[in-house]
Structure formats: C-alpha cells, structure tokens
Design a protein around this ligand. Structure first.
Ligand code: KG4
Ligand code: ZN
Length: 336
C-alpha cells in the first residue's frame, strides 16, 4: 500500500530545452532530493524510525542523475542503519501495475515478496524503452522483443514536436488526438515480423516477431506534414496514435497467446495514454486476458514503484552492499 508518493517534475525545466539535458537534470535532482524525501515522510505521516528499507534506482538512466539518487540513498541508509537495495527502473515500472493506494485485506504491512501475476506478458512502454517480456512462473524476466529504433514514448514526443505541441509531448498529443479522426491519415504500419535484435530466441518464441520500430512512422508523419501544410493537427495526432496503439496491442496479445499466459501487464509512461488503455482493455476482455495497468499516477516515473520492486528484491536476495554502483545501461534481463 502506498502511503505517499511525491514526484519532483522537471518537465517545465526540460521544456525550455525541448528535452533532457543531463547536467541540468542532475543539478535539479540534487536540489530536489532532500525536500522530496521530507515531503514524502510528512505526507505519509511517518518518521525516520518507521522505515524498514531504502530502495533506490540504480539504472538504466543518465549516470549523473542516477548518482545523485544513489548517494542520497546511501547516506540515509547508513545514517539510519537501514538495509539498502538497488532497483532496476524497468522492474519498478512492472511493479507499478500492482500498486494500490488502498490496503488489501491483510492489515497494515508490506506486500508479500512478489505480487506480480505470473506467468504473464508485460509491455513496458516509456520514454526510452519499449520492452515486451515474459514473466515466467519460476521468476525472472525474459525479453521477447524490444524496439529497434525509437521507444514508443520517444515517438510520441518527437511527433508532438513536429505538431508544435508542448513538452512532454505524449500527454499533449493524447489530448489533441481525442479531437481528431484516427482514420484520417493512413500512416503505414509494420505488420510483418521484424528482425530480432541479435536473432535471439525466447521460450519457443522468435524474439524478432515481437520487436518494434517507430522511426519510420515518425518520418511518415514528417513527410506528410511537409506535403500537407493545411493538415488538421488533431487528425494527424489521432492517426499517428492509432498506429502506435494498434501495433502495441497486436504484438502484446500475440505474445500472450503464443506463450500461453492469462495475464497481461502494460506499464511505463505511455501506459497513461487514454487510447492505449482503452484499446488494451477492450482487446484483453474480448480475448479473455486479465489486464493489469497502473493507476494513472503510477504510469510515469515515481518512487512508489521503486519501493515495491525494492521490497520484492530484498525479500528474494537480501540487501546490497555499500559498494552498490549505478548501472546506466541496465536491461530487464540483466537484473529481473
Ligand atoms: O516512464 P516515463 O515517465 O519515463 C521514462 O522512464 O522514460 O515515461 C515518459 C514517457 C514520455 O515519452 C511521455 O511523453 C510518455 O511517457 N507519456 C505519454 C503519455 N503520458 C506520458 N505518451 C502518450 N500518452 C500519454 N498520455
Ligand atoms: Zn520510467
């Protein structure tokens, strides 16, 4: 159960540059970290003595920003004599799908070690990742497919920029698309199987079958806008979004069917997208899958999901040492 979740958004700062400047981001992390921890404790009506564990993101991400978090977490854990665990940010996103603001029937306390529905197929769609994976019964993560170029969120952000919408582009484009016709512009969709990253194979599944590619779609939008100066922004947004959503839904459900699971998890910043949420919901209902998506506030980056993944990690493998280091290039498979 989440007692408080405080997010220090840097969106307004990044908007000035049209994206994230690593140095600027790290500086603002440094300024924000202590006030955010203070606010989180106050909102949760807890004190330092009530804490059991310090969980911190160790990767993937920008090294400078990760280092600020890790240093802060080490200081708190050391000063309070608490165990410390490093969390894979992407695993955090997956745990967001089982977060709740209400306590289930078992009374106050922490959840069991791993409340993820297994076996399941999980789609992690964020600003830098599009990972389709299998969470097998026995634990761990097996990546079935990933993006060969742009991540889904990145495609939303880039197309939003082409359409002169604000930053971050995903939510703006989502809003604009609600006023448009998704069938107005027939942007191309990838229906064939894409080459796997390294021809890898999952459990009887060819990884490439579940790979994604969004940069061609983004180029199609750019070309269309160059050729149609009077194009209706809402129609272009809705048509682009429709292709992304169709692709994500189709490939995720194909992976679920091929791996014989009954549970589907959709998470990460793009899982806040209204069209993706309703299309996934509809498709899962029609095909008999149980869908798990985070409440809206836990789709985009937050600390509650890191706490949930950290607690599971701690139950499974215990605490990390003081030599815990950042892992900017961490993948889901390297640390499930
Ligand atoms: O998970 P997240 O907060 O950060 C990363 O780990 O990357 O995801 C941020 C991404 C951004 O690209 C943002 O534009 C996208 O999620 N996003 C959305 C929506 N809300 C956030 N994309 C489409 N529709 C939305 N409603
Ligand atoms: Zn994220």
């Amino acid at each position: 159960m989440v007692l408080s979740s405080v997010v220090a958004s840097q969106a307004a700062i990044h908007a000035r540059y049209g994206g994230v400047v690593p140095e600027v981001a790290a500086r603002h992390h440094l300024e924000a970290i202590l006030p955010v921890v203070d606010t989180a404790l106050r909102e949760a009506a807890t004190g330092w003595n009530d804490l059991h564990l310090v969980a911190v993101t160790r990767g993937p991400g920008l090294p400078a920003a990760l280092l600020v978090g890790l240093a802060g977490a080490k200081v708190i854990a050391f000063a309070r004599g608490l165990p410390l665990v490093g969390v894979n940010h992407l695993m955090g996103h997956i745990y967001a799908a089982v977060l709740s603001d209400r306590e289930p029937d078992r009374g106050i306390g922490w959840p069991a070690a791993d409340e993820l529905p297994r076996p399941s197929v999980a789609l992690v769609v964020s600003g830098s990742h599009t990972d389709l994976c299998l969470l097998p019964d026995e634990g761990g993560v097996q990546v079935l497919g990933t993006t060969l170029d742009d991540a889904a969120g990145e495609a939303f952000d880039k197309v939003a920029r082409l359409l002169h919408l604000g930053y971050p582009g995903g939510p703006e484009l989502d809003r604009m698309a609600q006023r448009g016709n998704p069938l107005a512009v027939p942007f191309p969709r990838t229906t064939r199987s894409l080459p796997g990253p390294r021809g890898e194979r999952g459990v009887g599944l060819v990884a490439g079958e579940f790979a994604f590619s969004f940069s061609g779609l983004k180029t199609s939008v750019a070309v269309y806008l160059e050729q149609h100066h009077q194009a209706d922004t809402a129609d272009v947004a809705a048509s682009f979004q429709q292709v992304v959503v169709d692709t994500l839904v189709t490939r995720t459900l194909a992976a679920a069917e091929r791996s014989g699971v009954r549970h589907v998890i959709v998470t990460g910043g793009v899982s806040a997208n209204s069209s993706l949420r309703s299309a996934m919901d509809r498709a899962c209902r029609e095909q008999g899958y149980c869908l798990h998506v985070p409440p809206l506030r836990y789709c985009t980056d937050n600390a509650a999901m890191i706490a949930a993944a950290g607690w599971a990690h701690y139950q499974r493998s215990g605490a990390d040492g003081w030599d815990l280091d950042v892992a900017p290039g961490l993948t889901l498979e390297m640390d499930g």
